[in-house]
Unconditional design. Structure first.
Length: 122
């Protein structure tokens, strides 16, 4: 029983490395129902559907696995455009991604990276 408990503690300590990526829901109604594909190291991980709001933006959170190396390529695909970002664990453990609509009608994705959780209103 002690060995099982020790194994559980070791797995939780070393096996639970994850990136936390929060996607901001837009306040621009033109971005309503926009589909984002999240790729980690060129493999599709998750689909995110943005829901526009006129109030304070909300956030949809995704947890992405980390390899032993800790360096990954995070890609966000919007329609026919792919935005690529280099991510280094643990320096960039928490990531905030935001979609913007430019004046010329093109969509861009911007991210903020930091080691500690973001303080967002919920």
């Amino acid at each position: 029983m002690k060995k099982l408990l020790l194994l559980f503690i070791v797995l939780c300590t070393f096996g639970c490395k994850k990136y936390v990526v929060s996607f901001e829901q837009p306040t621009d109604m033109k971005l309503d129902n926009l589909k984002l594909e999240v790729l980690l190291d060129k493999k599709k991980v998750q689909d995110i559907n943005l829901k526009a709001t006129t109030a304070m933006p909300s956030y949809e959170t995704a947890e992405l696995p980390v390899s032993d190396v800790g360096k990954h390529l995070l890609q966000v695909k919007v329609k026919d455009t792919i935005f690529s970002f280099d991510i280094n664990y643990p320096e960039d453990r928490y990531i905030l991604a935001t979609a913007h609509l430019k004046n010329n009608g093109k969509i861009t994705i911007g991210i903020l990276k930091q080691q500690y959780p973001f303080r967002v209103q919920r």
